[in-house]
Structures are given as structure tokens and as C-alpha cells.
Design a protein around this ligand. Structure first.
Ligand SMILES: *[C@@H]1O[C@H](CO)[C@@H](O)[C@H](O)[C@H]1NC(C)=O
Ligand SMILES: *[C@@H]1O[C@H](CO)[C@@H](O)[C@H](O)[C@H]1NC(C)=O
Ligand SMILES: *[C@@H]1O[C@H](CO)[C@@H](O)[C@H](O)[C@H]1NC(C)=O
Ligand SMILES: *[C@@H]1O[C@H](CO)[C@@H](O)[C@H](O)[C@H]1NC(C)=O
Ligand SMILES: *[C@@H]1O[C@H](CO)[C@@H](O)[C@H](O)[C@H]1NC(C)=O
Ligand SMILES: *[C@@H]1O[C@H](CO)[C@@H](O)[C@H](O)[C@H]1NC(C)=O
Ligand SMILES: *[C@@H]1O[C@H](CO)[C@@H](O)[C@H](O)[C@H]1NC(C)=O
Ligand SMILES: *[C@@H]1O[C@H](CO)[C@@H](O)[C@H](O)[C@H]1NC(C)=O
Ligand SMILES: *[C@@H]1O[C@H](CO)[C@@H](O)[C@H](O)[C@H]1NC(C)=O
Ligand SMILES: *[C@@H]1O[C@H](CO)[C@@H](O)[C@H](O)[C@H]1NC(C)=O
Ligand SMILES: *[C@@H]1O[C@H](CO)[C@@H](O)[C@H](O)[C@H]1NC(C)=O
Length: 548
């Protein structure tokens, strides 16, 4: 893409031959538009390319999480650990082949809106999210009424049929913990099809049952992107940045305002935080997984804070709107949430911790979530992008944000063969080695762009940040920016792989070197220096202008 200086210099030539300069990142537009579920209605998070990718994964690159048999009602008895592990891989294959993570959907939306295809995003926002359905699923929200919390022994589900429902938060009764369809969280991963023809459920192959969709996790962070960040940028960009021309009927308000009611139910005591997921959400058989509904993810809080601030800025910025009355509530939420996120920073560790587990009876919290590492790259890059450099540095000392970036590199860099910085991974490198994350490297570049603009660092530090940003951009272009066929097409489409290699991320999923909506959408945002956490994409902390 021409730099802005270059386009200025040649503008006369361009006009002379009648060529209109393309919006940066437009080369990724076709991948974002055309990577749709085959015979379905929704975009697809990944393209399985090459089509034989999953057939080539060796056994030692699969998760072997089970060592004991478990009772599986649909199989009519206990299933061996070996069969359960096979099923885990089978599940990964189908969820990756057919699923859309609604966070990826939001990133796609923002990117399409930036390259002049906002209508495709609006279509998804209305037909899939507001209508909360896909081809075969009449409801993609976790709104089944709470019939008691299983972890507390209030409800049992011997047939594993989901009869206990979803219990949101710590309300005094099952009714108080039940959310209506419009207020509940969406499932983080949605699909068009429930049962996949031609498959055999590998837990009990002799029964010859089809593999069926099994991911029903209403997660906060994905919802913050799907219900706030994605639709709000779409509305602002489709109205050419003119907030007053966004109507009160816009889907950004339908989704965003209803979401606030759900959040109220999910408040974590008086901490200012919001729970990760309702109780009874199925995260596996382990003891920590039973407790997942009592946990909080700091990355999720950062996404939510960014989204709430966007909603605040739109409502506050509009001359007239029926939603002005929501401002005091938003104001209080934003203030408390910012304070909570700041408290995740540990001066001794020198980074923001990943999450905590809350005890609603004692009203106490313990840092750590679901046995996961305390250090996550996105808890530094996204959290710092939302807080902004000045707030971090005034709270924790001069150049804290800059030093935090040095810590991220020390723990989680991906280095090129010559040892230079080429990107970042997901967590401590000493857990399972280095990996290049497409999406999280763009997230780091976004943070460095913000730091260069919103800090008062001297030119030496700014120069270092700039050269790190460029080094990572080089790494991405070298290792994950590529082009791919879709649906066995002969044509190839520019795209960005999710990661440089297959890698078990200890936060609960595999990274794969597959063309991905998330990485590709982030590439478009970075090409436009568009920071998704700020209205109009400005390179400044989301709460930098907040009055506490
Ligand atoms: C792939 O198939 C889907 C749905 O069948 C379609 O929407 C999409 O445009 C196709 N992509 C290409 C590149 O043909
Ligand atoms: C898509 O639908 C067409 C027409 O029904 C069918 O022939 C084709 O096999 C389907 N493709 C897939 C991948 O399901
Ligand atoms: C089934 O597995 C459970 C462990 O999940 C075990 O406690 C139980 O004894 C097993 N039952 C049979 C019949 O093997
Ligand atoms: C698990 O899958 C492997 C092949 O991938 C197969 O050899 C084995 O029999 C399967 N185990 C069970 C219990 O089905
Ligand atoms: C969304 O796209 C589908 C398929 O192209 C079309 O039938 C539908 O009318 C569109 N909906 C909106 C709200 O634009
Ligand atoms: C849910 O919201 C839709 C608007 O998107 C509205 O038409 C519908 O009546 C609402 N349903 C309930 C139960 O409030
Ligand atoms: C990059 O990570 C490795 C560990 O994988 C570490 O030894 C090295 O110091 C890190 N590099 C920088 C510049 O922090
Ligand atoms: C990995 O590195 C971190 C930071 O130095 C350290 O706290 C942790 O104990 C290390 N973990 C392992 C398994 O070596
Ligand atoms: C720039 O700031 C850093 C951190 O405060 C400091 O160590 C360094 O000496 C400064 N460099 C110059 C040239 O002022
Ligand atoms: C692409 O080709 C593979 C193998 O040849 C086939 O299994 C798959 O269904 C094809 N995909 C589409 C969308 O036609
Ligand atoms: C840089 O930050 C200032 C506020 O400090 C903001 O007004 C400006 O829009 C930002 N620049 C860009 C390019 O986003």
C-alpha cells in the first residue's frame, strides 16, 4: 500500500489516469466476504486450507486431556479415556471447520466497515445477532432458565441434557439468575448445523450416532465484541463518522442497551467486574471447570470496558437520543471497571494478571482462573490499549507501560531465525516454546501505536517502540500473511494465518496455521491505524479522557 506521503506525491498522476487510491487493507476484503460456511448463512472463523490439514496432524499434536473413563449419557454408559480424547479432536475439527466465534465476527465487521463493505456486516448483525439464529439453530443465546446451580448441588442433570439451564450471577433465586432471550449472552461459538452428516460420534462409534454441535458457552468477552464493539464501529463508519446520523433504531442500540441488563445480573459482588460465564456452563469434567461460573477474565473486562466506553461516547455525543438516561449507569460501570482492571496489575510480577476466582459467600477474590497461567499477552496489550499509557504510568510510575512491553517481549516474544523480534505468542514461552500469533501480534502493534501517540516518552523510547512495531510487521508478512483458495476455488485470496504453527494455548484452545477471520480483520485495522477500542479508531487509551 502506498504510504500517505507517497499518495500525496503522486496524486496528480493518479487523477490523470482516473485511478482511485484503494483503502489500505482492501486486498483482504474478498477473504472476509467469501469465507462463509458452505451451504450456510454465517461467516466462518477459519478456512481449512489445505483441505487435508487436519488429516496430517500427528497424534502427539493432539490434546490427550483424559486419563479416566467418564459417564456419557448419550453413549449409555462409561466411555474410555482413549475414545474421549478421540472425540476431543473430532470436536476441534468440526468446530474449526464450521464455526464462527462471534468475536471473529465482530473483527470481520469492523474490517469490512473500514473497506467500504459495512452492509455485509450490518446484514450479519441483523440477521444473525439481533434475530439470534442461524440456519438450523433457532436460538444462539444462552437463555435457558436457571433451575438451580449444579456446583452447589441445587440441580442435577443425569441425562446431560442441559436441564439445569444457565444461572447468571449471584441473584437470590433461580428466577433472578435467569435472563430473557434479549438480555442473555450469545454463545461464543455459533454454527449453522446441529448434526453433521457422514460423521460418527467417536465416543461410542458402535452406536453410529452423528457428531452433533457441542459448544454452548456464553462468554463475556466475545459478547462485548459482538454486542458493543463490532456493531458500534459499524454504525459510526456507515454514517461516515457522524454520530448524530445514527438512529435510535440502529442495531448497535438494540444489542448494546439490552446487554446492559444482562451485565447487571453478572456483577461480581462490589468488585466492579463481571463474571466470565453463567454457572452451569459446561467446561469439562475437572473440579476447576465446575467452578468456571465464579471466575473473571481480565481480558474480558478490558474488552467490555472498551465497548462500554464506545457506547457512552456515542450516546453522550448525540445531540438527542432516547438513551441519554442510560449515561449515569454507564458512567458508574466504567469508573468501577477501570479501577478493577488497574488492580490486576501486580507490581512484583510487573504485569497485569490474567484473571481471578470469586467466592460470593465470603466476598473475596483469588487471582488465577481455571488453573491457567497468570501471564497472558493480551492482558498486557489489550488492557494497556484500553487504559492508555498515561493512566498506567501515573498510577504505577514513569515508563511502566514501556517496561511492561519489555516484559512481554522477554516472556512471550517470537524471534526470527537471526534472533530479532518477529512477533509475540500467547503466554510464557517456557510453557511450550515460541509461537507467532497473527492476531495477538497485531494486538501488540496496536498497543505500540497507541503508546507512541499517547505517551510523553522521549524520542529514544518512541524510536524503540516504532522499530519493534516495524519488526513485528515484517515478521507477520514473512510468516503468516499469505493467500488461500476458499471452497476449493482456483483463485486465491489474501489472508493472514491465525498462527505460525500448531500450538496448544494454555487458555484453552489450539492455535493453527490456518487462514483466519480474526488475524485478517486485525490486519485491515492495523493497515488503517484503526484502534478498535476507541471511537473513530483513534490511537489513544479508551478511558484517557475519563473523569474519575
Ligand atoms: C464458499 O461458499 C459459500 C457458501 O456456500 C459462499 O457464500 C462463498 O462465497 C464461497 N466462497 C467462494 C470463494 O467461492
Ligand atoms: C451444498 O449443497 C449442495 C446442494 O444441495 C450439495 O450438492 C453439496 O454437497 C453441499 N455441500 C456441502 C459441503 O455440504
Ligand atoms: C464410570 O466412570 C466413573 C468415573 O467417571 C467411575 O467412578 C465409575 O466407577 C465407572 N463406572 C463403571 C461401571 O465403570
Ligand atoms: C482412537 O482413534 C485411533 C485412531 O486415530 C484409533 O486407532 C482408536 O481405536 C480410537 N480409540 C477408540 C477407543 O475408539
Ligand atoms: C442479508 O443477505 C441475505 C442474503 O444475501 C439477503 O437475503 C437479506 O435480505 C439480507 N438482509 C439484510 C437485512 O440486508
Ligand atoms: C427482543 O428484542 C426484539 C428486538 O430486537 C423485540 O422485537 C422483542 O420483542 C424482544 N423480545 C422480548 C421477549 O423482549
Ligand atoms: C525472547 O524469548 C526468549 C525465550 O523464548 C528469551 O530468552 C529472550 O530473552 C527473549 N527476547 C527478548 C528480546 O526479550
Ligand atoms: C516461566 O517463566 C516465568 C517468568 O520467568 C516463571 O515465573 C515461571 O516459573 C517459569 N515456568 C516454568 C515452567 O519454568
Ligand atoms: C529517555 O527516557 C528513558 C526512560 O525514562 C531514560 O532512561 C533515557 O535516559 C531517556 N533518554 C534520553 C535521551 O533522554
Ligand atoms: C473441497 O475438496 C475436498 C476434497 O477434495 C472435499 O472434501 C470438500 O467437500 C470440498 N469443499 C467444497 C466446499 O466443495
Ligand atoms: C493521538 O492522541 C491524541 C490525544 O492525545 C488524539 O487526539 C489523536 O487523535 C491521536 N492520533 C491519532 C492518529 O489517533
Amino acid at each position: 500500500m502506498p504510504s500517505s506521503l507517497f499518495s500525496f506525491a503522486v496524486v496528480g498522476v493518479l487523477l490523470a489516469v482516473g485511478v482511485v487510491a484503494q483503502i489500505p487493507g482492501s486486498n483482504f476484503k474478498d477473504f472476509l466476504l467469501k469465507n462463509m460456511v458452505v451451504n450456510g448463512t454465517i461467516p466462518r472463523s477459519f478456512a481449512i486450507q489445505p483441505v487435508t490439514y487436519y488429516e496430517t496432524i500427528p497424534e502427539d499434536q493432539k490434546l490427550h486431556e483424559y486419563t479416566e473413563p467418564q459417564f456419557v449419557a448419550t453413549c449409555g454408559g462409561n466411555v474410555s479415556a482413549d475414545a474421549l480424547n478421540n472425540y476431543t479432536f473430532q470436536t476441534e475439527v468440526w468446530l474449526t471447520t464450521l464455526g464462527l466465534n462471534i468475536y471473529d465476527g465482530a473483527i470481520r465487521c469492523i474490517a469490512l466497515s473500514l473497506v467500504g463493505e459495512g452492509k455485509a456486516c450490518l446484514n450479519y448483525t441483523v440477521e444473525t445477532l439481533v434475530d439470534h439464529k442461524t440456519a438450523q439453530f433457532g436460538d444462539i443465546r444462552g437463555d435457558k432458565e436457571c433451575a438451580g446451580v449444579m456446583e452447589y448441588g441445587q440441580c442435577t442433570d443425569p441425562q446431560q441434557a442441559g436441564v439445569c439451564g444457565f444461572c447468571y450471577g449471584d441473584g437470590p433465586s433461580d428466577a433472578a439468575k435467569s435472563l430473557t432471550v434479549n438480555n442473555s449472552y450469545f454463545f461464543r461459538l455459533i454454527g449453522d448445523f446441529w448434526a453433521i452428516e457422514g460423521t460418527v460420534d467417536e465416543r461410542c462409534p458402535a452406536l453410529k450416532r452423528l457428531w452433533t454441535w457441542n459448544d454452548y458457552k456464553p462468554i463475556l468477552g466475545e459478547n462485548a465484541w459482538a454486542q458493543l464493539i463490532g456493531p458500534i464501529h459499524n454504525a459510526v463508519l456507515m454514517n461516515n463518522g457522524d454520530i448524530n446520523s445514527i438512529t435510535d433504531e440502529d442495531p448497535m442500540f438494540i444489542l448494546g442497551i439490552q446487554f446492559l441488563t444482562g451485565l447487571e445480573a453478572m456483577a461480581v459482588g462490589n468488585t466492579g467486574a463481571y463474571y466470565y460465564t453463567p454457572r452451569n456452563t459446561w467446561f469439562g469434567y475437572s473440579a476447576t471447570a465446575q467452578n468456571i461460573g465464579s471466575t473473571v477474565s481480565i481480558e474480558n473486562q478490558a474488552s467490555l470496558l472498551g465497548g462500554l466506553k464506545l457506547l457512552y461516547d456515542v450516546i453522550n455525543g448525540k445531540t438527542t437520543t432516547q438513551y441519554k438516561s442510560v449515561l449515569p449507569k454507564l458512567q458508574s460501570m466504567i469508573t468501577k471497571l477501570t479501577t478493577l482492571i488497574l488492580s490486576a496489575y501486580d507490581r512484583d510480577l510487573g504485569f497485569f494478571r490474567q484473571g481471578f476466582t470469586y467466592d460470593p459467600i465470603a466476598g473475596t477474590l483469588n487471582w488465577g482462573q481455571n488453573g491457567e497461567p497468570l501471564f497472558a499477552v493480551d492482558c498486557q496489550t489489550w488492557v494497556s490499549s484500553v487504559l492508555g499509557t498515561r493512566l498506567i504510568d501515573t498510577t504505577f510510575g514513569d515508563a511502566t507501560a514501556y517496561n511492561l512491553w519489555q516484559t512481554v517481549k522477554l516472556y512471550a516474544n517470537y524471534s526470527c531465525p537471526n534472533g530479532d523480534l518477529c512477533g509475540v505468542g500467547y503466554t510464557f514461552n517456557n510453557i511450550s516454546g515460541q509461537v507467532l500469533s497473527g492476531e495477538w501480534t497485531y494486538g501488540a502493534m496496536n498497543w505500540l501505536k497507541i503508546m507512541q501517540n499517547d505517551s510523553d516518552y522521549n524520542s529514544t523510547l518512541i524510536g524503540n517502540l516504532n522499530s519493534d512495531e516495524l519488526a513485528m510487521n515484517y515478521g507477520l508478512f514473512t510468516y503468516v500473511v499469505t493467500s488461500t483458495p476458499i471452497n476449493n476455488s482456483t483463485e486465491s485470496y489474501d489472508t493472514v494465518l491465525y498462527a505460525g504453527s500448531r500450538y496448544w494455548i494454555p487458555f484453552g484452545w489450539f492455535a493453527n496455521p490456518l487462514p483466519a477471520l480474526a488475524s485478517t480483520g486485525w490486519a485491515v485495522m492495523l493497515a488503517n491505524s484503526f484502534n478498535p477500542f476507541h471511537l473513530h479508531g483513534y490511537l489513544v487509551g479508551a478511558v484517557a479522557d475519563w473523569k474519575f
